[in-house]
Design a protein around this ligand. Sequence first.
Ligand code: SAH
Ligand code: SF4
Length: 397
Amino acid sequence: MPATPMTPDPSLTEAERARILAKAALFAPPPATLPDGRRDLVGLSREDLAAEMAAIGEKPFRAKQLWHWIYHQGVTDFARMSSIAKPLQARLAERFVVGRPEVAAVQTSADETRKWLFRFRDGQQVETVYIPDPEEDRGAVCISTQVGCTLSCRFCHTGTQRLVRNLSAAEIVGQFMAARDAYGEWPSPKDERPRLLSTIVVMGMGEPLYNYENVARALRIVMDHEGIGLSRRRITLSTSGVVPMMDRCGRELGVNLAVSLHAVTDELRDEIVPLNRKYPIAELLAACRRYPGASNARRITFEYVMLRGVNDSEAEARELVRLIRGIPAKVNLIPFNPWPGSPYRTSTPEAVRRFAEIVNEAGYASPIRRPRGRDILAACGQLRTESERGRRKPAAA
Ligand code: SAH
Ligand code: SF4
């Protein structure tokens, strides 16, 4: 069975559906087949994997076996899949690969944050970051969902790179798998040591809810308990506020939601998060109020980038609290991370402290996100790759 096509939410109008489908086609990832005709098995759903096995005359249990080797053991070489007989290993290797993005570059920050530049088969590249938690023995992998971004938030480096294309499910889950390769975390560590790479934040390059189908397919693979097995509580998806897709994300995936709010008036948000012109603050907050599973145990995270003299006054802190009243939430304050040519400055520590205090006194946790990996441009909003749409040289004849 071929992978399902992009299917917009049935509640959308015809015109909206048509627009989404046209856009999806324009920015579609490359096919999962290599130039030599072999197909990448990574990124297929369980059903699609079973269909691939059926197509070569194998029983459904083969798909289960392969799933285990690919997503539990992290094995990429069919010859190492010891529960599969040698002749079948060879047949599989003729037709399929278990792919990984290529590591084009890797940098490790003084604070241990690690950033990879991953290159995909068509030459496009994204960045992925591992952020160790200094208080715990583990950390989060921040993954990208698009090459570039259609949105152009004023403070975001990715926003200066126009959208080249969406990532496929394989490319999204592949970033996490390649990060696990690098830390030797396949399968689970044999000793009692907990896994370092135990959390995923979908907060890298791109707007995940503008590539929902591929993101959903990737996250379903990540959450499958016979494979990577991360629970939905260990996954946080950040959106700049694509309201119609937030409902679907909650209903179908139920992962933690982070919302990039950054301003308390439509006037300012229109300017710094231009998507606000389409989905203004009131609509965005209404979608947060109805997000399934939002409770005190599973709070929505509001992200608020602190821009000096732009959105960091005490009055704005009070207005923020008023706006989100009644939503089980925490407010993550992110001191602005500068990038070359960025038009803002970071709020003063005193302004950040006062803002946090006001939010906190109103009963909302207001952690200040410590900038991580700034020295290697790996902090929030600093990711950007050089690849530009249409820039690639044609392949040699
Ligand atoms: N597109 C999604 C997820 C990627 S951005 C979104 O916008 O939510 C992840 C987070 O980094 C967002 O909250 C974003 O607003 C924030 N961010 C972007 N640029 C930043 C910068 N220069 N400094 C600090 N945070 C930034
Ligand atoms: Fe895109 Fe998010 Fe950056 Fe805005 S903040 S430009 S939505 S990646």
